[in-house]
Ligand binder design. Structure first.
Ligand code: PLP
Length: 362
């Protein structure tokens, strides 16, 4: 999909850090591109976004983003195609999810073009920061938060919307070993598990830390009511291959509807696989492992796209899964999706959006 860039006011950095970056050895999430986008909301209306040099914001300590967590965010990526084009993956869908998250925290609607056209303008300016296709991708973090200074607990009157980006290295996650926990829950009916407020993440850290201390990469979250049904894995959606069927938990209000989850579901159906979005209990998981039906398990999310899981642990049950080389579903769907995202294969679904970079800038 191609659309023209709507220019927003741009203040260019006088001190680009681009030439200091080693693109053959990029860390995850600690290096930020030269510019960021900022839009302000006050007196009941949005001001036009501006693009400025990336840098600190000066804010009072009493803002309700800090005090009460009135803050929501998104995560998406842009890739460089083999011919050098920049492709953003599903930005309109991320913009809509950001507004669903904001709506849940009584925040005003963010105009979708601030997100999508703003991002396009930002990437046109910082196009060099999108790594070459074999080196990695550009991770994009839109953040929308209150800068209201009242310490009353109330919907905020003033907000900022910021987009910053970071180049990240090619991310091939080693197969994961995960701990199914019933000590803590991530979400519960009527809560915020199906959206992305900042406050969803801090309470998961202790469970993730405990899992890491016990030798696992991530926690698998169970439902908050019965602690029986599998919901997510770390900050990923989760899929199981059982015989010739692929099962993933349904979006019934406690699970984040991932863009990668949705894309993977589409591609699995394209591959003529039987797909079921249904509740899947830990008892059924153990049973499927015992009778040999459980062939694969993988997590999906923007950071790693598809992460294979090789071992699940629940109480005294240790469930080892077949080697990645023997798998047919996870590796295939990952390859197809990555090829679409990076422009190696045509995109029949309109997921990728091309950023115009003038010929002289290439
Ligand atoms: C809790 C949670 N689940 C799932 C996902 C995967 O979502 P996506 O595929 O949009 O990256 C994320 C990442 O945003 C997440 O934070």
């Amino acid at each position: 999909m191609r659309a023209s860039a709507e220019p927003f006011a741009v203040e260019r950095t006088q001190r680009s850090r681009f030439s200091t970056i080693d693109f053959s050895n990029l860390p995850f999430g600690t290096l930020f591109s030269d510019h960021m986008l900022i839009a302000e909301y006050r007196d009941g209306r949005w001001r036009e976004p501006k693009i400025k040099p990336y840098g600190p914001l000066t804010l009072p300590p009493n803002i309700s983003a800090l005090q009460y967590g009135i803050s929501v965010f998104e995560g998406l990526k842009a890739h460089r195609s083999p011919s050098g084009d920049i492709l953003i993956f599903r930005p309109h869908d991320n913009a809509r999810r950001l507004n669903r998250s904001g709506g849940r925290l009584a925040m005003p609607v963010l105009p979708e073009h601030f997100f999508v056209e703003g991002l396009r303008t930002l990437l046109t300016l910082d196009h060099q920061w999108v790594p070459k296709s074999e080196q990695g991708s550009l991770y994009i973090r839109p953040t929308f938060f209150s800068v209201d200074t009242s310490i009353r607990v109330k919907p905020a009157d003033e907000y900022l919307f910021v987009i910053f980006t970071c180049p990240i290295g090619a991310y091939f996650s080693a197969p994961l070993e995960v701990l199914i926990t019933d000590d803590y829950v991530r979400a519960f009916p009527g809560g915020t598990g199906d959206v992305k407020p900042a406050g969803n993440y801090a309470p998961t850290l202790i469970a993730e830390q405990n899992a890491r201390n016990a030798g696992f990469h991530h926690v698998v979250w169970l439902d908050g009511m019965e602690r029986r049904f599998i919901e997510e894995c770390g900050v990923m959606n989760i899929f199981f291959v059982l015989g010739d069927c692929v099962v993933t938990p349904p979006l019934t209000g406690t699970i984040l509807g991932g863009m990668i989850r949705d894309s993977v579901l589409t591609l699995l159906r394209e591959m003529n696989l039987r797909v079921e979005e249904r509740k899947f209990s830990v008892d059924e998981l153990c049973e499927a492992h015992s009778n040999g039906a459980l062939r694969e398990c993988f997590g999906t999310g923007t950071a790693a796209t598809v992460s294979h899981i090789r071992r699940l642990h629940y109480k005294d049950r240790d469930l080892k899964l077949p080697d990645i080389e023997q798998r047919t579903v996870g590796p295939r769907v990952r390859e197809r999706l990555v090829n679409i995202m990076t422009g190696r294969e045509p995109d029949p679904y309109g997921w990728t959006e091309l950023v115009e970079v003038s010929a002289s800038a290439h």
